[in-house]
Design a protein around this ligand. Structure first.
Ligand SMILES: NC(=O)C1=CN([C@@H]2O[C@H](COP(=O)(O)OP(=O)(O)OC[C@H]3O[C@@H](n4cnc5c(N)ncnc54)[C@H](OP(=O)(O)O)[C@@H]3O)[C@@H](O)[C@H]2O)C=CC1
Ligand SMILES: CC(=O)N[C@@H](CCC(=O)OP(=O)(O)O)C(=O)O
Length: 334
């Protein structure tokens, strides 16, 4: 199966290349960024003598001649124009941006006017643990955001048992690569080093994504209070969910039961850490209860389970392959 990577000069684009180079069923036949003016080695010196594919200026018609499926590792708004054209040309799409993740009204409220209303309703949300059946039939997959991936995997097993009148709090912490390669004041080394802070409390665009998916998967409308923080590390994400249960239930049993068939969720007996999932597609989860107070703790690699490896799992499912074919499992430890 021939695949294209658009946005190959970015962080998630590089992670896609690294996974797909070793994939037993996918061949990278097209790589692009916005200009096509540099070689792959110039964009990513780490790929010298590893992969030698020409970098092109992204062009949907050219992609359709050489690839059956395209990964779009592009900024929001840019992605939908490419996806629309590719789908019309018969190319399957896994979109890493937010462009197809939300219902139209929610998207337009938190992002911008949508330019591909024709396809937004056919997009499948790429969280395999909850949408596997639909993903096997999908032509367009909306890969979830990194914070929603870690938050939903932690929260969804407990939604039916949470007291509906009390708020749910999600405290999330991400490595800086989550912001992409573009520099900003808050991603500057001098600002970040030995520092940590919250940003966009209760206003982050991933709060409506989490809220909407809880409603769609579990038919429950909760007030989700989401606060992200920036960590002075390159990759990794740690999420802590706090909620109040209706009863003093066996939370470990519920978690085990929820993910007993999942290849990429690991239930941990102690609080999770970032290093054990860095470099892998795993989401590690730990749960604890104090009376009716619930604490669920999850960790993922924001660039992999939060983006590129989850995208390849989704592509595996779309193409009828085993979900774990070619997917990284060995963490960057120590
Ligand atoms: N970083 C993360 O942890 C996560 C990111 N995502 C999402 O994945 C997407 C990619 O993120 P990330 O890799 O971090 O972003 P980067 O900013 O690191 O990379 C963006 C890429 O998009 C390319 N690009 C921009 N405009 C165009 C265009 N018009 N035509 C072709 N290529 C274009 C850039 O190319 P050029 O170099 O030429 O500008 C670059 O390769 C985003 O939507 C992001 O929100 C999702 C989950 C996690
Ligand atoms: C650290 C950091 O800045 N993270 C990004 C989230 C990255 C991501 O998963 O999300 P999208 O695909 O929705 O952009 C942020 O807070 O906007």
């Amino acid at each position: 199966m021939n695949v294209a990577i658009i946005g190959a000069s970015g962080y998630t684009g590089l992670e896609l290349i690294k996974i797909l180079i070793n994939h037993p069923k996918f061949d990278i036949t097209y790589i692009a960024n916005s200009s096509g003016e540099e070689t792959l080695e110039e964009l990513h010196p780490c790929l010298k003598d590893v992969l030698n594919v020409k970098v092109q200026k992204a062009d949907a018609k050219e992609i359709s001649k050489v690839a059956d499926l395209a990964f779009l590792a592009l900024p929001h708004k840019t992605s939908m124009a490419f996806a629309k054209e590719l789908l019309e040309l018969g190319v399957k799409v896994v979109d890493l941006s937010a462009d197809y993740r939300l219902e139209l009204e929610t998207y337009e409220k938190h992002y911008c006017p949508h330019e591909d209303k024709e396809h937004i309703n056919e997009a499948v949300y790429g969280l395999p643990e909850y949408y596997k059946k639909e993903l096997k039939e999908a032509k367009l997959v909306a890969n979830p955001g990194c914070y929603p991936t870690a938050s939903l995997l932690a929260l969804l097993p407990f939604v039916d048992f949470i007291e509906e009148k009390t708020p749910i709090f999600i405290d999330a912490k991400s490595g800086v690569s989550g912001a992409g390669k573009k520099l900003s004041e808050t991603s500057h080394f001098v600002h970040l080093n030995e520092n940590i802070h919250a940003y966009n409390p209760f206003k982050h665009r991933h709060m409506p994504e989490i809220q909407e998916k809880v409603k769609l998967v579990k038919s429950k409308e909760f007030q989700i209070n989401f606060v992200p923080h920036l960590l002075p590390i390159t990759r990794g994400m740690l999420v802590s969910v706090y909620a109040t249960l209706k009863d003093e239930i066996d939370v470990e049993k519920i978690l085990e039961e929820s993910y007993k068939n999942s290849k990429f969720v690991r239930i941990r007996k102690t609080p999770v850490d970032i290093k054990s999932t860095a470099g892998t597609n795993f989401c590690d989860i730990f749960v604890a209860r104090n009376g009716k107070a619930l604490f669920v703790n999850s960790s993922i690699d924001n660039l992999l389970r939060g983006a590129s490896s989850q995208a390849v799992v989704n592509a595996n499912l779309m193409c009828g392959f085993e979900e774990d074919e070619g997917i990284p499992k060995i963490a960057y430890v120590p």
